[in-house]
Each structure stands twice: as structure tokens, then as C-alpha cells.
Design a protein around this ligand. Structure first.
Ligand code: PBG
Ligand code: ZN
Length: 331
């Protein structure tokens, strides 16, 4: 063999848009987008969320107005959060009351949009008077056993009201198993579980806590959400949740944790969701407003990055825009 240098003409592989598309790994379809939706307690409400420009808390009577234009554009799936104003107590009682916004929302959406996949967040923080994701002992420590029982009751109520998927975001130990057992006990074996498995204690949840009015009144969530540097603990949590019956797992936030997305993808065989959270949404929005980046190309680049990292499902507040942009992105 000669020692001639072999030149690789990479430009020849992406000069034409078809050739660029041949280099793409993993396309993104509208079915893979999930739009988070906040349901206000007042049925006629349309409340602006200051920290999340262009996002609103919608009353049950206005869900149709909120969703018709999106369904027309190809929306297939929503993730529901209830936002009670008062009615918070130590037991998160309002979370599964018959007139709680999520249950009323599920009933309306099932009827009005029968093809829409309905996912409900399962947590206590919007319903407890202290704003933590758990029930607490009198000394303020987490009562894990009581919390997972309560979460299982709430998941059962949401499944009975029409949720296709329940998505626990609380991070209590063994909650996936407790929810799975409760679903089976109530003949709800068709309800899927999407676990927020690798959910990190993140500064990027700030805007959401305004949206859902769920900030803790004391302390923080570091005792139950993962430390941002904890790569192996994240994989342990994913393994645990799958062994307890999770049908889908999630990495959250998305962008700052792309390596975790790839690690999880290489390890498991269930579809993997990522949650581009409120702070990531706001950061892109404000950077674009300030002229630093072009919103459309930046958001698409982020989603392509998450796809490349291994995500199959994208929970993002940019879903309305992406439904317009997607067909053109594929290169
Ligand atoms: C509630 C919950 C949070 C998010 C989803 N479910 C907030 C938190 O854990 O503090 C964050 C979503 C976002 O920031 O967009 N447990
Ligand atoms: Zn919570």
C-alpha cells in the first residue's frame, strides 16, 4: 500500500438537501411532541403566565379554544397540570376531588378530542399547603409511605377520569410500583406509566413554579430530586422505575442533561421522553427577544440535539411553534 493521504470529501455529502437528509439520524414527527397544559381552577379563565411568555392557565370551559388550533396543526398529545388557587392542605386533598381541574379537564378533553393522547402529571406540590411534592411527618421530614399511597390514589382517580398515561413527577421511592399496583387493583391495566425517572434538582424549573403556583414554602427539593452531577444515581433511578413497571421513562431537564439522555438510551429498551422545561423555554425566548439568536433555528437545533442524544418523546412548550416548523426541519 502507498502512504498516499486519503482525502475524505465530506462536502460532497451535504451540498444537496437530499444528501443532507441522508446524513440525518432520527427524524422527528408530530406524534413525538407533547404540549404541557395548565388548567386553572376558574372554568372561564385565561390567565397569562408572566414567567412563561405566550403560555396561559386555561379554565376548563376554554380548553377547546386553546386546543382547536393546535389539533388542526397536528397536535397529538398533552400533559395536564392542575393549578388550584386555594384548597391546599396537608393531605393534598383537592388533587383527586371530583371537581378538581385535572379531572374536569380529562372529562372534557376525552369527549371533545377523542384522538388526543391525555397524559396527567402526578404530584402533590400544587395541592399541599407547604408546596412540597410529598406528604410530611410532623417534624417536616418526608413521609414516603403515606406519599406513595396518596400518589397511587390520585393516579387511579385520573386514570378513571380518562387519562391514557399517568406521569409521576414527585420522585418518592417506590411510587411507580405503588401506582402500578393500584392501577391493576382497579382494572386499569391499560393505563400507561411515564415516570419522571431522572429528574434533577434544577434551577430551570423556576418559571413553572409561578405557572403552577407550586413553589415550596420552606426548604427546597434537593432531598428528593437528583443532584445535577449524579450520573450513576440517574441510571439507578431509571432501572428501578422500569423494574417497578414504568412503560416510559424521562430525563428532565433536557438540554443540560443530554449526556444522561444518551446514557439512558444505551441502557434501556422502553421509549425515552425528555422534558424541555420552563427555564429552557424562557431562556430561548428571551435570548431571541434580545436579538442574540433566531428563535426558530435555535429551537429546532435544540430538538434535533435531543433526538440525536436519544430522546423519542419531546415534552416542550414550543410544541405550537414546532407543529408549524417541523415539516421543513428534516435536513
Ligand atoms: C412538579 C413538577 C415540576 C415540573 C414538572 N412537574 C416542578 C418541580 O418539580 O419543582 C417542572 C416543569 C417545568 O419547569 O417546566 N413536581
Ligand atoms: Zn411536585
Amino acid at each position: 500500500m502507498s502512504n498516499k493521504i486519503i482525502y475524505h470529501h465530506l462536502h460532497a455529502e451535504y451540498g444537496h438537501d437530499v444528501l443532507r437528509s441522508w446524513q440525518a439520524e432520527g427524524n422527528i414527527s408530530k406524534n413525538q411532541l407533547v404540549y404541557p397544559l395548565f388548567i386553572a381552577e376558574t372554568p372561564t379563565a385565561k390567565e397569562e403566565i408572566t414567567a412563561m411568555p405566550n403560555q396561559f392557565r386555561w379554565g376548563v370551559d376554554r380548553l377547546e379554544e386553546a386546543l382547536v388550533p393546535l389539533v388542526k396543526k397536528g397536535l397529538r398529545s398533552v400533559l395536564l397540570f392542575g393549578v388550584p388557587t386555594g384548597k391546599k392542605d396537608s393531605q393534598a386533598s383537592f388533587a383527586d376531588a371530583p371537581d378538581t381541574p385535572v379531572i374536569k379537564g380529562l372529562q372534557v378533553l376525552r369527549k371533545r378530542f377523542p384522538d388526543l393522547l391525555l397524559i396527567t402529571d402526578i404530584c402533590l406540590c400544587a395541592y399541599t399547603n407547604h408546596g412540597h411534592c410529598a406528604l410530611l411527618h410532623e417534624n417536616g421530614l418526608i413521609n414516603n409511605k403515606a406519599s406513595i399511597q396518596r400518589l397511587a390514589d390520585i393516579a387511579t382517580a385520573y386514570a378513571q377520569a380518562g387519562a391514557h398515561v399517568v406521569a409521576p413527577s414527585d420522585m418518592m421511592d417506590s411510587r411507580v410500583g405503588a401506582i402500578k399496583m393500584a392501577l391493576l387493583k382497579h382494572d386499569l391495566e391499560r393505563t400507561a406509566i411515564m415516570s419522571y425517572s431522572a429528574k434533577f434538582a434544577s434551577s430551570f424549573y423556576g418559571p413553572f413554579r409561578e405557572a403552577a403556583q407550586s413553589a415550596p414554602s420552606f426548604g427546597d427539593r434537593k432531598a428528593y430530586q437528583l443532584p445535577p452531577s449524579a450520573r450513576k444515581l440517574a441510571l439507578t433511578a431509571v432501572d428501578r422505575d422500569i423494574s417497578e413497571g414504568a412503560n416510559f421513562v424521562m430525563v428532565k431537564p433536557a438540554g443540560p442533561y443530554m449526556d444522561i439522555i444518551r446514557d439512558v438510551k444505551n441502557r434501556i429498551h422502553v421509549p425515552l421522553a425528555c422534558y424541555q422545561v420552563s427555564g429552557e423555554y424562557a431562556m430561548l425566548h428571551h435570548a431571541a427577544r434580545a436579538g442574540a439568536i433566531d428563535l426558530k433555528t435555535a429551537v429546532i437545533e435544540c430538538i434535533i440535539g435531543l433526538r440525536r442524544a436519544g430522546a423519542d418523546i419531546f415534552i416542550t412548550y414550543y410544541t405550537p411553534e414546532l407543529l408549524d416548523w417541523l415539516k421543513k426541519y428534516t435536513e
